[in-house]
Design a protein around this ligand. Structure first.
Ligand SMILES: [Zn+2]
Length: 388
């Protein structure tokens, strides 16, 4: 091993020990609560101005605006400007990670993934205390947001690993747009009821463990399986005496804003808003449910143009502007326009569900040194090959 490699190795070890120091210093939150259910709705890429623009252009009001406790979430990841993977990880694990990490803290070393920590997520927390847990998204099952509540991977594009983990995992419900990786045969093997249409979801036996790979569009009001109706159905499926945790994602607020498609973004906001309303209707009837509405980040840099006075897109990517964080059922996380870090959402959920274990929880990966050395050796070999 030459001197340069040795210096890089030492620098990495130092970085890792610093990282360990900060992550391990996170205080455990152990105040037990007695809320039966928590429903978290994530509008991917939904900034405050996504909502303002929708209301102004469509001449409508939004149900989200009536939620009693309102504030903002700060969205940066360990990489700075976040992506949806690190965003989902912060919301589900209560810890920041690097972009592309899903419920792990990992870094790329010469093209290899080196995993420093595994993070516990709120779906696992819910299951560990006897509650049900589910994920509904208008994205594919392998999308970064649903994967952040149902898998652990170094990179968000590890579609096969994500699907394998979801199928082998113990969630009660995963409903998404078809990725082609989830088949009736694989579901039968892993003890899931399979659904590929809205009708087949409606026909599920009550409380069945179900994986949906829907071949129809989900995002909009006129879709064959609209997100708001999936939300209502999912709540009916998960509702049980012990309680549940449900994450619902509206994915196309982000996707449309990446393409600066304002009309599509607004349609996605309106359907997402209806999903929020359906969740809150249930929470009101139930009397023992907290509903949280937020985003992983803003997309499109939507700003009011000073000259025209109209809203416009100023970016085709994510921005780090603080995003809406609104609640029904508890004022303990945010109120009166307060700004909190996104990681507080995951910590709040674990606490409200009554989890008395350590959370957030980052488990040190003792295999990391091996992974690191493998990566360095591989790199050294490649360098030698290039030199020869
Ligand atoms: Zn995005």
């Amino acid at each position: 091993m030459n001197k340069t490699i040795m210096r890089k190795l030492l620098a990495l070890l130092l970085a890792v020990s610093l990282l360990c120091g900060s992550a391990c210093a996170v205080q455990a939150i152990v105040i037990p609560q007695n809320v039966k259910n928590v429903i978290l709705l994530i509008g991917d890429g939904m900034g405050e101005n996504s909502l303002e623009w929708t209301k102004e252009a469509q001449g409508v009001s939004l149900f989200m605006d009536t939620l009693p406790y309102q504030g903002y979430s700060k969205t940066n990841s360990l990489s700075g400007l976040t992506d949806s993977a690190a965003g989902a990880t912060a919301l589900s694990c209560g810890l920041r990670a690097f972009n592309s990490n899903l419920c792990e803290c990992a870094a790329r070393v010469y093209g290899h993934g080196v995993v420093f920590f595994n993070y516990l997520n709120v779906s696992e927390v819910a299951k560990s205390i006897g509650k049900k847990a589910g994920v509904v998204t208008s994205d594919l099952n392998t999308g970064a947001t649903p994967a952040g509540f149902s898998a652990h991977t170094f990179r968000r594009d590890q579609d096969v690993d994500i699907t394998d983990q979801q199928l082998a995992g113990d969630l009660d419900l995963i409903w998404a747009h078809a990725s082609g990786l989830v088949t009736p045969e694989r579901c039968a093997e892993a003890n899931w009821q399979f659904a590929d249409s809205f009708e087949s979801l409606q026909a599920l036996p009550a409380g069945a463990r179900s994986f949906a790979a829907l071949n129809t569009e989900i995002e909009y009001a006129e879709s064959e399986a609209p997100l708001s109706e999936l939300t209502t159905l999912a709540i009916e499926q998960l509702d049980n005496d012990a309680g549940f945790f449900l994450m619902v994602e509206g994915a196309h607020i982000d996707k449309n804003s990446h393409g600066n498609n304002a009309e599509g973004m607004m349609r996605a906001v309106l359907e997402f808003d209806k999903a929020v309303e359906n969740a809150v209707e249930f929470a009101k009837r139930d009397g023992n449910t907290i509903v949280i509405v937020t985003a992983d980040h803003e997309t499109g840099g939507i700003t009011r143009d000073e000259e025209s006075g109209e809203f416009v897109y100023t970016s085709d990517y994510h921005t780090n502007v603080d995003v809406p964080l609104r609640l029904f059922g508890s004022d303990a996380l945010v109120k009166d326009g307060k700004h909190v870090k996104n990681v507080m959402v995951g910590r709040f959920i674990a606490k409200q569900l009554g989890y008395t274990g350590r959370f957030p929880q980052a488990t040190f990966n003792f295999g990391f040194l091996g992974e690191l050395i493998d990566a360095l050796v591989q790199h050294a070999k490649e360098q030698t090959a290039v030199a020869a």
